[in-house]
Design a protein around this ligand. Structure first.
Ligand SMILES: NC(=O)C1=CN([C@@H]2O[C@H](COP(=O)(O)OP(=O)(O)OC[C@H]3O[C@@H](n4cnc5c(N)ncnc54)[C@H](OP(=O)(O)O)[C@@H]3O)[C@@H](O)[C@H]2O)C=CC1
Ligand SMILES: CC1=C(/C=C/C(C)=C/C=C/C(C)=C/C=O)C(C)(C)CCC1
Length: 336
């Protein structure tokens, strides 16, 4: 009995050590900017949606470090101010909690309220942006909802399609003038490899006939890609580029709607800790597309781990992309 218990303890310890080794030694994702590029983004204004958590927060930290003025577009001011305070302390540890992190060459952080599940919030946010910001060099459409139960946005859209696609669609359209007048400028769209399991079923975009949370997430991420490709076509010759990426699987708050029984939660935590990317690793392709001189002038492409990747034909279908654009214009009320 004692031997069996000892063997079980040893096996468990061995497993934990193996996972830890894999986490610390096995990570093959390097950081794009290893400290030599500070100031690369100085003078540039970057807007990141959903910057208080996960990949958005990690993207904000790095672009702040590189000298950018980072606007955090977040739905909850309290959560956003808390994240901003932490970021200021992380990026400029010498400064006090209320100081701006500019002493070490870092940029500045600004919090603005933006709820992508409300078209009126998107409109007021953009009005404030146009009044207060003389330029916008990079827009990062990062915020997202993953596999939530059936819910509707303030305007009656299915939540995942409404936030991940339509909210960002309106936001981008209302900020296009500012992006054009700040050119060369960039738009970065955070999608997911899971787009592969989605389809744009134009007959039921609000999933009123049937709702499958995985399918709806995938559809919203396919919409992100079709939107990027159609926008790239419309922006030809303007010096405003738009590219889309998948970050890989990263350990963030995205899985908040996945129900895991309390007893097995530690196991899931361990597995995600061992095998998922950290938010910093997951953010590297967003940072790359937002800041690297390598992608200057590149538009309409799909990236993962800093490299261009191929898309399935359904994500390159120009007629579906145009139809989605036209319907989205009607849904958000910007049809001229
Ligand atoms: N993590 C991963 O493995 C993967 C992530 N992605 C994509 O990466 C992006 C970032 O997600 P990630 O960092 O992982 O997840 P998090 O849940 O950590 O971050 C999502 C962010 O989006 C914000 N958000 C959600 N709803 C709204 C809304 N209505 N208005 C404004 N902001 C909103 C959240 O705000 P709040 O904190 O207030 O809820 C949060 O700041 C998403 O687009 C996601 O689809 C793609 C593939 C894999
Ligand atoms: C991190 C984490 C979880 C898992 C999250 C997952 C699995 C997210 C997957 C996101 C994907 C694949 C998005 C693609 O676009 C749990 C198990 C909920 C709880 C423990 C912490």
């Amino acid at each position: 009995m004692a031997v069996a218990t000892a063997a079980a303890i040893l096996a468990a310890l061995g497993g934990v050590l193996w996972l830890a080794a894999r986490r610390f030694v096995g990570s093959n994702v390097q950081r794009l900017h290893q400290g030599g590029d500070s100031g690369l983004m100085r003078g540039k204004t970057v807007l990141i949606t959903g910057a208080n958590s996960g990949l958005g927060r990690a993207t904000a930290a790095e672009l702040l470090r590189l000298g950018a003025r980072v606007i955090m577009g977040c739905r909850d001011r309290e959560r956003a101010e808390e994240a901003a305070g932490q970021l200021r302390r992380e990026v400029c540890p010498a400064g006090g909690p209320d100081s701006e992190p500019n002493s070490g060459g870092a940029g500045e952080l600004v919090v603005k309220e933006l709820d992508l599940a409300s078209l009126s919030s998107v409109r007021s946010f953009c009005q404030e942006m146009l009044q207060e910001e003389p330029r916008l060099d990079v827009l990062i459409n990062n915020a997202g909802v993953f596999q939530c139960p059936y819910m509707k946005t303030e305007d009656g859209f299915e939540m995942q399609f409404g936030v991940n696609h339509l909210g960002h669609f309106l936001l981008t359209n209302l900020l296009l003038g500012l992006l054009k007048s700040s050119a060369p400028s960039r738009i970065v769209v955070v999608s997911s490899k899971l787009y592969k399991y989605g389809d744009i079923n134009f007959e039921d975009l609000n999933s009123e006939q049937s709702y499958n949370k995985s399918f709806c997430y995938s559809r919203s991420k396919l919409a992100n890609i079709l939107f990027t490709r159609e926008l790239a076509r419309r922006l030809e010759g303007t010096n405003v580029t738009v590219n889309v990426l998948h970050p890989g699987i990263a350990r963030t708050n995205l899985g908040r709607h996945i129900h895991i029984p309390l007893l097995v939660r530690p196991l899931f935590n361990l597995v995600s800790w061992a095998f998922f990317k950290t938010p910093e690793e997951g953010a590297q392709t967003s940072i790359y597309l937002a800041s690297s001189p390598e992608v200057e002038g590149v538009s309409g492409r799909y990236f993962g781990d800093w490299k261009e990747e191929e898309l399935l034909p359904k994500a390159m279908d120009e007629s579906v992309a145009r139809k989605l654009w036209d319907i989205s214009e009607v849904m958000v009320g910007i049809l001229k």
